[in-house]
Design a protein around this ligand. Structure first.
Ligand code: PLP
Length: 337
């Protein structure tokens, strides 16, 4: 292959993920890998659940946030960082910044859940509220970065963030060896792209699928069309995956290493949340159920294959949680085991 036809280099390599893993060693939790014979029977597979609901701040986002802030120069660290997020990225950034002695400003919508505002504030971040209806958070973040000279760390479209998220899959493969399939939930695609790069290196024959909410299948449309598709805010209980488009750095990685993006319905997410709570005794937020729901509803025929499932987080409002599992059908009511 000569220069002219060579495919452009991807934003992140396995080396970046290995370097991120070194930075995170002893700081991010090496989260447990759980198994369940009931889940295996349901899916006709041998499933390894990588449980990032047990990560610091309750989701994998701590990994990318910590790695990205660590990679800043000393001068940049002194200027502080800014992020805009109503969800787990806010908490991940707030905690990582505090651990690294860096000032963090988080731009959050004024109608964000009180629990998330409080948690972010408790980690020591400065919070700037904005009106979701009238103001554009990216404009606010850009103005802050101009005024204060601080670096903006986005939730997914950033190479050090993607490399940090890739350490989730690296840990899974290090723990269980090569897999036949890996299923990863998808919002902006930071977790999926990082995990796909780790899989390509550590388990080259592993087939990687992304999973997103049926109501917001922009990543599926983007991968299938080869162009980043923008959609309105999707109506789904999976708030961690309510993104309107995937990242610019993400698409080429998905094209290189991801087979397809599948979707699951909110009802399937509720069934999965209930299964996790009832059978595996774990609390998983709706977005964290995406990958598992696709596998346990037999999105493809597994025939006993070894399947990795990333469980991305466990931050769910208890009212939503109890309403969801009360309304959920059990697997035994919907599909034959
Ligand atoms: C952020 C998040 C996602 C989506 O991750 P992306 O990197 O944006 O694709 C999924 N689940 C949870 C719990 C999250 O916090």
């Amino acid at each position: 292959m000569n220069e002219a036809t060579a495919t452009p280099a991807l934003a992140v390599t396995y080396k970046d993920i290995a370097a991120a893993a070194k930075r995170l060693e002893g700081l991010a939790y090496a989260t447990p890998v759980l198994t369940s014979s009931q889940a295996d029977r349901q899916a006709d597979a041998s499933i390894f659940f990588k449980c990032e609901n047990f990560q610091r701040v309750g989701a994998f986002k701590f990994r990318g946030a910590y790695n990205a802030i660590s990679c800043l120069t000393e001068e940049q660290k002194q200027q502080g960082v800014v992020a805009f997020s109503s969800g787990n990225h806010a908490q991940g950034m707030a905690l990582a910044a505090r651990m690294l002695g860096v000032h963090a400003t988080i731009v959050m919508p004024s109608n964000a859940p009180a629990m998330k505002l409080a948690a972010t504030r408790e980690y020591g971040a400065e919070i700037i509220l904005y009106d979701r209806e009238r103001e554009d958070r990216e404009v606010i973040a850009a103005r802050l970065s101009d005024e204060r000279g601080c670096a903006v760390i986005p939730a997914y479209d950033h190479r050090d963030v993607i490399a940090g998220q890739g350490t989730v899959a690296k840990e899974l493969f290090d723990a269980v060896g090569p897999l036949d399939y890996l299923f990863v939930c998808t919002g902006g695609g930071g977790l999926l792209s990082g995990c796909a790069i780790a899989a390509a290196h550590l388990s080259p024959d592993c087939v990687v699928f992304g999973v997103e909410p049926e109501a917001g299948n922009d990543a599926q449309q983007s991968l299938r069309s080869g162009k980043i598709v923008h959609i309105p805010v999707p109506d789904t209980i999976a708030d961690g995956a309510q993104t309107q488009h995937i990242g610019k750095l993400v698409l080429p990685i998905l094209q290189a290493h991801v087979k397809d993006i599948l979707t699951v319905s909110d009802d399937q997410l509720r069934t999965q949340m209930r299964f996790f709570a009832e059978r595996m005794k774990i609390v998983v937020e709706p977005a964290g159920c995406l990958a598992a729901a696709a596998v346990m509803h037999r999105a493809i025929e597994f025939s006993g294959a070894k399947v990795g499932v990333i469980v991305s987080g466990g931050n769910v409002d208890m009212d939503l949680f109890s309403r969801s599992i009360a309304a959920a059908k059990a697997f035994s009511d919907i599909v034959a085991p």
